[in-house]
Design a protein around this ligand. Structure first.
Ligand code: ES4
Ligand code: ZN
Length: 325
């Protein structure tokens, strides 16, 4: 009898808070804000989830995220996710959020961060969960805009904000565009991660390491195409935060039998299993562990190793990591 994957204490390290917005909550929040979404109902929104690639998903993701306006919206959204994550024994979470998607609509940055922080504090009180925030810059928008948002984030001085990332449309927007932004983030003592090698080739992963100094790579699927890069990731202990259900739904690996995560582990790369945008991709973190077990044949020991790795490569404090190991 296989041990319950949901019960393994684990960290979630690749989770976009906007991607946890379930259609019912999107409609509830839109209604109380007097915003009309371009869908007739939660079911109609769900019916629009017929993604063929990253862009077709992002189009829906940014529309639904347009319902979010107030500090309470961000708090309610994050707490709903954290409660769901708690059911999957997530003991530590690093929440990605896209500040530009909201400040561009007039939402104050302090309300976004304030709402997310409120939910993290509540999850700590209720379940002893630890958590922090990683602000992701939209790579298809100008680096100067990201720099201005970074300055505002630094000025907020939130103890919850531990890092910056890079997400959204990948092809045509290479990491080096954000070299100066990430250098400033490093100067401010922030951790650095980046999506890379999801739809773009392995060269984007190498560029994220060299131009941005990232400590982890989000997705990194295409690393498998470069033996030199795989060796480097293993040697330097750069972890990949992988998301199998996302990769299937966005046709990055249409057949999960071809997902490289176990081969990468065999080559010595630190790999974690995460959910990315669970409202959109049909499963939360334990579902992602489960599909890897089903399709790639994970032993109990391998499953426990993924959970242990997630805690090890997290940005939790050394004392928190010791508690969770
Ligand atoms: C994302 Cl799956 C994925 N890739 C890139 N950017 C994103 N933002 C939210 N989900
Ligand atoms: Zn992602």
């Amino acid at each position: 009898m296989a041990r319950s994957l949901a019960a393994l204490p684990k960290a979630e390290l690749h989770i976009h808070v906007e991607g946890t917005l379930e259609p019912d909550l999107a409609f509830e929040i839109a209604q109380r804000n007097g915003i009309s979404l371009p869908y007739d109902s939660p079911d109609a929104l769900r019916a629009a989830y017929d993604f063929v690639d990253l862009q077709s998903f992002l189009d829906v993701y940014f529309i639904a995220g347009g319902a979010l306006l107030t500090l309470a919206d961000f708090s309610d959204l994050a707490l709903a996710y954290l409660e769901r994550a708690h059911q999957d024994a997530v003991a530590h979470v690093e929440l990605f959020f896209d500040p530009q998607a909201h400040v561009s609509r007039g939402v104050p940055l302090s309300d976004i961060v304030g709402g997310l922080s409120e939910a993290l504090a509540e999850a700590h009180t209720r379940w002893g969960m630890s958590g922090s925030l990683i602000a992701c810059f939209l790579r298809d928008r100008p680096a100067a805009e990201a720099m201005a948002v970074l300055d505002d984030l630094i000025a907020l001085n939130s103890p919850d904000l531990v890092g910056v990332g890079l997400d959204s449309t990948e092809v045509g927007y290479p990491p080096a565009l954000f070299r100066d932004v990430f250098a400033r983030a490093a100067d401010a003592g922030l951790h650095r991660v980046s999506h890379a090698g999801e739809e773009a080739p392995h060269t984007y992963i190498t560029e994220a390491l060299e131009a941005l100094g990232v400590e982890r790579v989000d997705h990194g699927v295409r690393a498998i195409d470069s033996p030199e890069l795989v060796q480097r990731l293993a040697r330097e202990g750069i972890a990949l935060t992988m998301c199998p259900l996302s990769n299937k739904r966005l046709q990055v690996t249409p057949d999960l039998k071809d997902h490289p995560l176990l081969v990468l582990v065999e080559q010595g790369v630190k790999v974690t299993i995460n959910s990315d945008d669970p409202s959109y991709f049909g499963g939360y973190i334990a579902d992602n562990y489960e599909v890897v077990r089903e399709v790639l044949g994970l032993t109990d020991e391998q499953a426990a190793d993924f959970a242990r790795t997630s805690i090890e490569v997290s940005f939790a404090s050394p004392s928190r990591k010791a508690e969770l190991h």
